[in-house]
Design a protein around this ligand. Structure first.
Ligand code: AMP
Ligand code: MG
Length: 349
């Protein structure tokens, strides 16, 4: 298949391009598109065959459910068995935005889209291209992140091309994404609601409007004996090829330990990579040193981590060390993604 790669300016959206993308979806094809979190791989959420194609293009296990993206609140009742009050409140406060809500699905949503579940995950993205594209497609876009299964989520259209060129009909290049990690997922089928995946919308933000909100305890540790609540969480997402370790401790000790570990790995013949920050970059020695930004700006760190993990792969790094970050607020989402990339391997000093 020939994949059409098209640049689209979010500030001046070309209506013809959007129409063409919408027609591809209506015809059962796939289009990758920018959102405020990461790039999504879209297909018609109401066509079982489209969802099957999404799984095939990504090489993703088909019991790992997709998120349905909408652009209009009026489309909500068609895909939900009922629209709970909590959903209305959260939508009013956080949509369009990086919050995915899980509710009971209606019969209109095929099991191919929900990975066999009776629930459906829904969000309204905060990105002009995404919203126009969803509208032009009929209103319901099933979209996981537009990476090949097992690779870091794409924050640039070039990442999508690396993974999916020749496997999908079209890639809409709307530039670099704003947030850089996937949406917060909250399950509204339980009381109190439960966060299944941390993201830009934090527990504190949700509790401010909903009262008590719980968080899945498997979110920040790979060793918990309990089965993860979100089906997709059992898969080792976001993993670079290299063996990655997060080093946690006081700043000077972390720098010293990383440098020692790098020397050891180099002497064993490995090619090493380090994910560090503005504050430490001058003191780190490794084959490939990547600066994710200032420790004081977790948004900058979030925007850079997936790109950096891909760059380690591109540069043939086989041993990776990363600093750790505060897991407060949005930092929890950043640490959650780094922990997954490291297979939860942490060296505490
Ligand atoms: P991605 O689109 O790659 O960011 O991943 C979507 C994730 O949303 C899946 O991996 C699941 O963890 C989660 N998800 C989607 N639908 C549901 C659902 N009905 N119930 C629980 N989790 C879901
Ligand atoms: Mg994903």
């Amino acid at each position: 298949m020939n994949t059409e790669f098209t640049v689209i300016d979010p500030n001046e959206i070309d209506a013809d391009i959007i129409l063409r993308a919408g027609d591809i979806i209506k015809d059962g094809g796939l289009v990758a598109f920018p959102t405020e979190t990461v790039y999504g791989l879209g297909g018609d959420a109401l066509q079982a065959e489209s969802s099957k194609k999404i799984y095939a293009a990504k090489g993703r296990p088909s019991d790992n459910p997709l998120i349905v993206h909408i652009a209009d609140m009026e489309h909500l009742p068609h895909i939900c068995r009922e629209v709970p009050e909590t959903m209305k409140v959260l939508a009013e406060n956080f949509w369009p935005g990086p919050l995915t809500m899980i509710v009971e699905k209606s019969d209109a949503v095929p099991y191919e889209t929900t990975g066999g579940l009776d629930t459906v995950a829904i969000r309204m993205p905060d990105h002009a291209v995404a919203l126009e594209f969803i509208k032009a497609s009929g209103g319901y876009i099933a979209a996981p992140s537009a990476n090949a299964s097992g690779r870091p989520s794409p924050t640039l259209a070039s990442h999508v091309r690396e993974d999916l060129d020749g496997r999908i009909e079209m890639i809409l290049d709307g530039g670099e994404v704003g947030i850089g990690v996937e949406s917060t997922i909250v399950d509204l089928t339980v009381d109190p609601p439960m966060i299944l995946r941390p993201g830009y919308i934090t527990r504190e933000m949700l509790e401010r409007v909903l009262g008590q909100v719980d968080a899945d305890t498997t979110m920040m540790s790979g060793t918990d004996k309990k089965a993860p609540k979100a089906p997709g969480m059992k898969y080792r997402h976001y993993a670079p090829h290299g063996e990655m370790t997060i080093v946690e401790g006081a700043a000077e000790d972390v720098i010293k330990t990383i440098n020692e570990e790098v020397s050891k790995a180099v002497s064993e013949g490995h090619r090493t990579g380090v994910l560090c920050t503005d504050e430490t970059v001058a003191m780190i020695r490794a084959d490939v040193v990547k600066n994710a930004g200032s420790r004081a700006d977790e948004h900058e760190i979030a925007r850079n981590i997936y790109r950096i993990l891909r760059e380690f792969d591109d540069e043939g790094v086989d041993v990776i060390f990363s600093e750790s970050f505060s897991a407060d607020g949005f930092g929890q989402a950043v640490m959650n993604r780094l922990l997954k990339a490291a297979g939860y391997k942490v060296k505490k000093i």
